[in-house]
Design a protein around this ligand. Sequence first.
Ligand code: GLA
Length: 415
Amino acid sequence: MMDSQLFVSSRDDTAGAAAAAALYQQHFGASPRGVWAAPGRVNLIGEHVDYAAGVCLPFALTQSTFAAMDLRDDNRISLVSLVPGGSEPVEYSIDLSQIGPGEPANWAGYAAGAIWAAVEAGLMPARGLNIALVSDVPLGAGLSSSAALECSVAVGAVELATGKTVDPATRRALIPCCIRAENEVVGASTGGLDQTISLLGQPGAALAIDYADNSTVQVPADFAGHGLAIVVMNTNAPHSLADGQYASRRGVIDAVTEALGAPLRKIADAPEQAAAWAAEHVPAATDRDDYVAMVRRRVTHVVSEIDRTKRAIAQLRAQDFAAFGQSMQASHVSLRDDYEVSCAELDSAQEAAMAAGALGARMTGGGFGGSAIALVAVDKVESLCRAVADAAAQAGLATPEFLVAVPSAGARRVK
Ligand code: GLA
């Protein structure tokens, strides 16, 4: 029996749809036309490579954002949202004509921006919408609450405004729309991993995404069938520096890729070539050796992580979970030492999980706080969580929360 204190609670589709519909009724004084849901995600491996033409292996969580929606007679997007753990709903309203790059740059931009981009892409006519949101994806936990928001609203808006269920081609076409909401409207320079899995996730599978050509393959991921679980360890670490740090990592990789003229994975000695380039491009007031070494480490992470992820996909297909765990472990070390996106809280969770018998453990998502994941035998889940919580307490770190992540469905209509 799991200790409910340790674990984040979450609703199934019926309960989530009912909660969103109740918020809609309370705020807009009518029943919604329908309710759509889209999940958060964990990335099993393939971190900080989606913006570098790399390979990623995420799966969709059960934990979802639920959007109760209907069309309006005018061109306004009217939003009300109850965030996880929040007691008072927050509201935002904007005319469709006002949405665009940088506007609105707050939480509403993820939803409004996805609608704006879908209209721009010709996937739906410009229509106003009432939207009531509830979510079980913890905010700031590195589990893609923003993609869950974008994707639930995008699918709902297109289905309502066109009167048709989104077909597979439209679903794929919504991926760049949701990325535009994030990159252009809110202004976060993230890659496309989160939006891709939130739209394309399937129960029982992880999604191998190759950003060299945007191809995707569903890879069976039946952890429970092998007596295993993926435990998400949300460190609850505050990560106020996250945006600038993420952009700075991406900035280095973008600059090197442009200078070398090809995706880093296509260049046999990419770390050496990157170091040679860096030596000629040391920014002002920067130590030359430090800068060159830093660029070399960043590129080393990207190329090693892409290789590792390709191998990990084969290991998962072969159900070689011991080897898969070792790949997870190596990924964490690379993110910690070469890419330098981990932090004390993530390292503590990762080390305590390994000491508690995990086959592998690593940070997941952007880093600098957020969540780590562990692959562990089902009968060790609870003791692992206790060990991770104890380690955090002993180090004076925030109290972590846990959930057992089950590969689940992507964006869908739930009512
Ligand atoms: C965040 C971004 C993704 C990806 C990961 C790191 O989640 O939104 O695009 O870059 O970080 O793998």
